[in-house]
Design a protein around this ligand. Structure first.
Ligand SMILES: Nc1ccnc(=O)[nH]1
Length: 150
């Protein structure tokens, strides 16, 4: 089933974030789509679940999407603005577009990515904003661990 609507693409990532929240993890979800609307992979931050800080929502979705000759014809969707770690991934692999749910509670590398010519569509999703805001307030320790802050 092809999904071409950005909000529907974000819903796939949000569903992952909500699963992560239920699991007691950092509630950030991601998904990778081909520009034709095919879902290539979805994932969520699994720092807590897998005991592995490399598994951000974005990198877990990238991992689930497998191999491709290049990523220029794909869209990376994330419920929260990409951190610097994931911004490196985005810069390196040049996804066609990045769809972001929340850039209120974290900005990460979004300003820099835009300066590098990366197309970022910010949907300002209230659901994504509320989900992370609640988490950051409830578990500041986990949030800081996730992004390498003290
Ligand atoms: N954008 C993100 C920030 C923090 N953790 C994540 O998994 N993703």
């Amino acid at each position: 089933m092809a999904i071409l609507n950005p909000s529907e693409m974000l819903s796939v990532a949000l569903e992952q974030a909500l699963i992560g929240n239920e699991e007691g993890g950092v509630p950030v979800g991601g998904a990778v789509f081909h520009v034709d609307g095919t879902l290539l992979g979805a994932g969520r931050n699994r720092l807590v679940q897998e005991g592995n800080g490399s598994l951000h929502g974005e990198t877990d979705a990238f991992r689930a999407a497998g191999r491709r000759p290049h990523w220029h014809d794909t869209i990376l969707v994330t419920t929260l603005a990409p951190c610097w770690y994931c911004s490196g991934l985005i810069y390196q692999f040049r996804f066609r577009q990045i769809i972001v749910g929340d850039s209120v509670n974290a900005q990460g590398g979004t300003k820099w990515l835009r300066e590098q010519g990366i197309d970022i569509l910010d949907l300002h999703s209230q659901e994504c904003i509320d989900l992370i805001a609640e988490f950051q307030q409830r578990r500041p320790d986990l949030w800081n661990e996730c992004i390498g802050e003290v």
